[in-house]
Ligand binder design. Structure first.
Ligand code: UD1
Ligand code: UDP
Length: 377
């Protein structure tokens, strides 16, 4: 047995679609770490909370991203914020009482991130937050609450950009807890781009020329018909100039079923509404898109790395580096969206492609380096 090597058990938490993309990089880095350091006594176990559960929102990602079956699936499913968070907490607590890992790694800003952090912290189990410090400064966003709580409690804060470091310092987080390592989403993107070339999604969707990609799932955009209608009006204009592929998130699909806009969107000839697509198909679509319209966090980052113009359909972003250095434009949710889109299609807005520092595909190994030093494994 190697001298001074501690036996360390890590729980790596995922629960929703963007989490799988992030933990895939960490899982790969863990396997590489074990290979390079066979004497290390670190063990990592993947825990799925089950916040997302449709095949195309969950299992499909395990397959595309080479993730192992989870060690435990908490199977929480959908509910109100409080009930979902409470379910994750009570089920995760039972697991921690039985298994008591030495470290819990959480990623992103979903309810699962915050719930697992709260439980681990109260049990005095250290927490590492990957993608710490992002702030939209908009507390009407449920994710902003999740970010604030998670970062206030986490012991290791791994950031994707220097603005995140500054946000944390301003909130009084001690400098030695903050580690600017880069973006694990980019690791996953760069790993899987070559494989994604084999995707047959464009043929399947009948795309043989230029096209735009659209995703929408923020409650502030889709939960009320009046908000959604303003976006739909902009889409009506844009689709007259370019076909738009719209993989519809289940939240959005549910709102469309219960609201009054399904007919309007369904009648737009050049708007192709399809179920969510798998990761390899999706990044294949993104890479060759003329334009991306989205309210997703991760897609703002992926388009920046791919150099594809992105219009973010929101009033703010917690990822300002994608605007300052990448291809992202904050377009709001009204007629300006179509104005921007048409100007991009006419070649009147050109953004230089610049990839933010440390978005180099080597972030997750940096996470493991920091943790191995700090925890001694
Ligand atoms: C969640 C995250 C959001 C993240 C998004 C990524 C929170 C508070 N929100 O939003 O930050 O950007 O995931 O996609 O954690 N549903 C299904 N099947 C599923 C999952 C959801 O039908 O597999 C439907 C249900 O009607 C559910 C609704 O979508 O009520 C919302 O799901 P939920 O996980 O609560 O929030 P998201 O909008 O997915
Ligand atoms: N994504 C996907 N299929 C889709 C839509 C998105 O594979 O139909 C991927 C996308 O490439 C990114 C992640 O899902 O890696 C983003 O997830 P989402 O937009 O749901 O969450 P957010 O990033 O906003 O938290």
């Amino acid at each position: 047995m190697a001298k001074n090597m501690r036996k360390i058990n890590i729980f790596l938490i995922a629960g929703a679609r963007p989490n799988y993309v992030k933990v895939a990089a960490l899982w790969k880095a863990y396997l590489q770490f074990r290979k390079k350091r066979p004497k290390s006594r670190v063990t990592c176990r993947l825990i799925n909370t089950g916040q997302h559960y449709d095949y195309m929102m969950s299992k499909a990602f395990f397959k595309d991203l080479d993730l192992p079956a989870p060690y435990v699936d908490l199977g929480v499913g959908s509910d109100s914020h409080a009930s979902q968070t409470a379910k994750i907490m009570s089920r995760f607590e039972k697991l921690l009482v039985k298994k008591r890992p030495d470290l819990v790694i959480v990623v992103g800003d979903v309810n699962s991130t915050m719930a697992c952090t709260l439980v681990a912290s109260k049990m005095e189990i250290p927490v590492a937050h990957v993608e710490a410090g992002l702030r939209s400064f908009d507390r009407t966003m449920p994710e902003e609450i999740n970010r604030l709580v998670t970062d206030a409690l986490a012991d290791y804060l791994f950031t994707t950009s220097k603005d995140a470091d500054l946000n944390l310092l301003r909130e009084g987080v001690s400098k030695n807890k903050i580690h600017f390592v880069g973006n694990v989403m980019v690791d996953t993107l760069l790993t899987h781009l070559p494989k994604s070339k084999k995707s047959g999604i464009k043929k399947e969707l009948g795309l043989n020329g230029s096209y735009a990609v659209l995703t929408l799932h923020r409650p502030s955009n889709v939960d009320r018909d009046s908000d959604f209608r303003r976006i739909a009006d902009a889409l009506e204009r844009i689709q007259k100039h370019i076909p738009i592929v719209f993989p519809v998130h289940p939240r959005t699909a549910a709102r469309l079923r219960s609201g009054s806009l399904n007919g309007h969107l369904g009648s737009l000839k050049n708007l192709k509404m399809v179920p969510p697509v798998g990761y390899l198909d999706f990044i294949h679509l993104l890479k060759d898109a003329k334009l991306v319209l989205t309210d997703s966090g991760g897609i703002q980052e992926e388009t920046t790395v791919l150099g594809v113009p992105c219009l973010t359909l929101r009033a703010n972003t917690e990822r300002p580096v994608t605007m300052a250095q990448g291809t992202n434009i904050l377009a709001g949710m009204g007629p300006r969206v179509a104005d921007y889109a048409l100007r991009i299609l006419e070649g009147k807005i050109k953004r230089k492609k610049k990839v933010p520092p440390r978005w180099d595909g080597k972030t997750a190994p940096r996470n493991f380096q920091v943790l191995s030093k700090k925890l001694g494994f």
